[in-house]
Design a protein around this ligand. Sequence first.
Ligand code: ATP
Length: 275
Amino acid sequence: MFIQFKLEGCQLTNIVELTNISLIRENKLLLNDISWEINQNEHWCLLGLNGCGKTTLLNVINGYIWPTKGEATILNHTFGATNLPEMRKEIGWVSSSLQQRFPEDETAITIVLSGKFASIGLYESVTQEEIKRANQLLKQLKCQHFANQLYRTLSQGERQRVLIARALMASPKLLILDEPCTGLDLLAKEQLLLLIQQIAIEPDGPTLIYVTHHVEEILSCFTHTMLMKEGRVFSAGKTADLLTEDRLSAFFEQEVLVQKIKDRTWLSLKEKVTY
Ligand SMILES: Nc1ncnc2c1ncn2[C@@H]1O[C@H](COP(=O)(O)OP(=O)(O)OP(=O)(O)O)[C@@H](O)[C@H]1O
């Protein structure tokens, strides 16, 4: 078994339930009537071009941005009638923007331990049990050899793995991975994807939302995919039904060639890019 997860508390219905979410900022419609349902036993990939609203949507799911219209229920917490900080403890979030926010002088293991309290920096005392779990997570994410190294001295790939260990520290029910492969070389990226695949197939592991620009990062564990475009849902459903030449050509508004190699989908343009 990769990592032992404990899902505690009441039985969940849906993991994410967004109904007709719209968001207006500075007279711009950033999210346009988005409905999205994520059930247990599903893992989703969110694919979209730059600026289509992916990060904005994740901020709505985490309760950091309040939608202008629509309803959101995340892990049984209905916005407007819930304690958002409590809800956030059940959500792990890894993004490269988070990488810059940690104190310079903290070690990898301290960063992982802070995940228990969903804090940037460790301000609470920790138990031996928690230290044991942090070490176990570091080991399972292949980071044990730099557990006591200063976080600021780690490479980008090493930091991403530490941040995933941190996100898992509180046994989240939902784990959001926002472009975790940004800046990684080919091997570091494939190693990280392998670890993500292992987390996804854990029987009691968290539901995953994986955000990317790159179709080839959509692993076989991602049962469902949402294609997002200009603040809207372009298509959503079973991954196998979405990653077709017709659908992706319509999505990119450009003829694409789809190649399936070893459970992964690779895209290239049939013609030169058009503007
Ligand atoms: N507070 C704001 N006011 C006005 N426009 C905003 C605001 N926040 C975001 N935007 C705009 O909303 C759009 C969506 O931004 P968002 O960061 O969600 O995109 P994204 O899909 O995550 O992009 P990327 O893949 O490049 O990270 C962008 O055009 C951005 O400029």
